[in-house]
Design a protein around this ligand. Structure first.
Ligand code: ATP
Length: 237
């Protein structure tokens, strides 16, 4: 596909003796792409494969034209895991400066990331005393250090109230508009409408890929949850 950020061919992953991804083929383009599917379907495993931290049994994962996880991608791919990896006892600015140093980036990028997630006014707050939404934005800022070409976010809105979730999605779109492709997973189907493109996943397979409107139209339904059920039950495609 022209403009592909991620190209995956024949990806097979086995975890704990169980086949989690059984030969997955997929291209992901720019904009905000949502990876949606029920708990345990393999979303995190797919994201881990894209950032290059997952042992794969077979297949290839190419990111920005390079093998996933290879050295040239180190500061071109940002990754926010489900469990926050920021330090609770450091301030927001201290966390960002620390991770910038680890990545070998100048301190100025810490300021840019802080501004990008709108946390300038909380720069001197200790992370352990922030709200869930603010903490999530600190994690996002860490993933944004150095302005990566691809940002991979594993369930960044889990546990947040609807207002914070809406604000975070608006932020993802601002980040994408500035040129960073955003791949974000969720098991909340109502977040689907906020994506430019959707990947619907079930039991380690991608069962639909495209703009939300196209997926709904193909199933003849008005919401993504119904489209998902239609696809699972073998409705029109
Ligand atoms: N460390 C692990 N060792 C062995 N199996 C694992 C491990 N982590 C996950 N799995 C298995 O791999 C499968 C896919 O898990 P994965 O975390 O990718 O799903 P997910 O869709 O991201 O789920 P969730 O939405 O709950 O985070 C699950 O069946 C899970 O039991």
């Amino acid at each position: 596909m022209v403009n592909s950020i991620v190209e995956i061919a024949g990806l097979r992953v086995v975890r704990g003796g169980r086949v989690v991804l059984a030969g997955l083929d997929l291209d992901i383009g720019p904009g905000v792409t949502g990876l949606l599917g029920p708990s345990g379907c393999g979303k995190s495993t797919l994201l881990r494969s894209i950032v290059g931290v997952q042992r794969v049994a077979a297949g290839t994962v190419t990111v920005l034209g390079r093998p996933a996880g290879s050295r040239p991608l180190r500061d071109r791919v940002g990754y926010q895991t489900q469990s926050s990896s920021v330090y609770d006892d450091l301030t927001v600015a201290e966390n960002l400066r620390f991770f910038a140093r680890v990545l070998g980036l100048p301190p100025a990028v810490a300021e840019e990331a802080l501004a990008a997630v709108d946390l300038g006014s909380h720069r001197d707050a200790v992370v352990g005393r922030l709200s869930g939404g603010q903490r999530s934005r600190v994690g996002l800022a860490v993933a944004l250090l150095g302005t990566p070409a691809l940002l991979v976010l594993d369930e960044p809105t889990v546990g947040l109230d609807p207002v914070l979730r809406r604000d975070l999605w608006a932020l993802f779109h601002r980040i994408a508009a500035a040129g960073t492709a955003v791949l974000v997973s969720s098991h909340v189907m109502d977040e689907a409408e906020r994506c430019d493109a959707l990947l619907l996943m079930r039991e380690g397979r991608i069962i639909a890929h495209g703009p939300p409107a196209e997926i709904k139209a193909a199933q003849g339904v008005d919401d993504i949850e119904s489209a998902f059920l239609g696809l699972v039950e073998g409705g029109p495609a």
